[in-house]
Design a protein around this ligand. Structure first.
Ligand code: SF4
Length: 437
């Protein structure tokens, strides 16, 4: 199988104010992928000054405690990468860099850490623990990722994993997620979509059956993957209550396209999500209109934030505000970004229909919240502003913590005990041999 260009991901941290966009600096066309082609037309990219003022300053204006994810191509090949990261950090924003890590030396890592005041987290792509399967869509090797983990651990810099799900890595998905769970490393799942260099590989898109039988079971079992995916069945009333404690809008759950997240291309084009860049869902260009204005006025973005315009089963589903259905899947399968998510296996008759997985996902959300409250960078990004909110979280966390400590004693439930987080000898733990193809 021909190698594919890395699915571009420009992700932002969940934002906490009412507009909730997560602007992103996306693929740089001047930067080539590992195969030496970008898959896009060459166009005029935003200059360093434009990136600072039209993207980063606007993000700061919209959400002063938000975050920007710099993606590619390979963002670290940009000459102004360090300058942009430093600027972002000085603005008070958090930075994520999604990188293949090829040029991430110890020296560079130290420089970035210093320039950002360690308000930085790296996203490493790991599509499978199996060399051959990972190699179908990536040019690096899983063990190179492990080296990057070790480097970040040594320098005390945060990281998470990006896993692009295609038909080609389904056979090892559960094993890969189990491994990441055992290492207590957060994960963002990214659905493969036929765009950019991947546009001729539609056959790699997963379907509803894959979602039901493989993808959803693997994701719902791993609470560290709860950052964003659909279908997501956590009880809406519970989420409303607990998320409010954190001061986070529900739009930061499930599909965040246009709600807690937004994509900006290297030329300044805006889309609800990076997966929807270079499509007909063009929300304008930040050279022509400020990003903050686009977010307020663009009809596509306002429709997504409204939530009431979702169609089909997503429109009548009790999880529509916490899940929303993947808008990219809706768009690529039906051409309508507001249609129901065709990869969802849930069939709600109306808003009273409850998923059989609601209980388990709600329980796991509690673990997830505990994780983000205590772990960098999530605790910095979700940091509550008011003293009263902080106190409420403290009390709520203590109650949950106490429950977690007591429950294993009562039920002898070993799953409740946190797995020790250690990198030592990690390479030897990589279960390559145990993969079932
Ligand atoms: S029907 Fe739509 S909103 Fe409901 S769970 Fe499925 S994808 Fe989510």
């Amino acid at each position: 199988m021909t190698r594919l260009e890395e699915t571009p991901i420009a992700r932002l941290r969940p934002l906490r104010n009412s507009i909730e966009p997560r602007p992103v600096a996306q693929r740089s066309h001047s930067l080539q992928d590992n195969n030496g082609h970008s898959g896009f037309e060459e166009k005029q990219e935003l200059s360093t000054e434009e990136a600072k003022h039209l993207v980063l300053d606007e993000v700061k204006k919209i959400c002063p405690t938000g975050a920007v994810a710099f993606s590619g191509g390979e963002f670290l090949l940009r000459k102004d990468a360090l300058e942009l990261l430093q600027y972002n950090s000085k603005s008070g924003l958090y930075s994520f860099v999604n990188t293949n890590g090829k040029c991430l030396t110890k020296n560079l890592l130290t420089e970035i850490k210093k320039a950002t005041g360690n308000k930085i987290t790296f996203g490493f792509s790991l599509n499978s623990l199996d060399d051959e399967i990972h190699g179908r869509t990536r040019q690096d090797k899983p063990e190179e990722i492990v080296n990057l983990m070790s480097l970040c651990d040594e320098e005390k810099v945060g990281y998470f994993f990006l896993l692009t799900i295609t038909k080609s890595n389904l056979s090892t998905l559960t094993k890969t997620l189990d491994f990441l769970k055992s290492q207590r490393v957060p994960l963002i799942r990214s659905p493969f979509v036929p765009r950019g260099a991947g546009k001729n590989y539609r056959e790699l898109c997963f379907d509803r059956k894959d979602m039901k039988e493989i993808i959803h079971p693997a994701l719902r079992d791993n609470y560290l993957s709860y950052i964003s995916y659909t279908p997501f069945f956590a009880a809406p009333d519970f989420m409303e209550k607990t998320w409010r404690h954190l001061g986070i809008p529900l739009a930061n759950l499930g599909c965040q396209a246009g709600r807690g997240f937004i994509g900006v291309s290297p030329e300044g084009n805006v889309a609800p999500c990076v997966h929807l860049l270079d499509t007909t869902l063009d929300c304008g260009n930040i050279r022509k209109q400020p990003l903050s204005q686009l977010l307020e006025t663009n009809p596509i973005l306002t429709a997504l934030r409204d939530g009431k315009q979702l169609k089909g089963k997503c429109g009548r589903c009790r999880y529509k505000h916490t899940c929303s259905g993947c808008r990219a899947m809706a768009y690529y399968h039906t051409g309508d970004y507001l249609s129901e998510d065709p990869t969802c296996f849930f069939e709600p008759a109306n808003e009273l229909t409850v998923s059989e997985y609601e209980e388990v996902q709600t329980r796991n959300v509690t673990k997830f919240i505990n994780f983000i409250i205590y772990r960098k960078p999530w605790n910095e990004i979700f940091r509550p502003t008011s003293l009263w909110t902080r106190l409420k979280i403290l009390l709520w966390s203590f109650r949950t913590y106490a429950y977690r400590r007591v429950r294993p004693l009562l039920r002898n439930n070993r799953d409740s005990v946190a797995t020790p987080h250690t990198r030592a000898g990690l390479k030897h733990k990589m279960p390559y041999e145990n993969i079932t193809h």
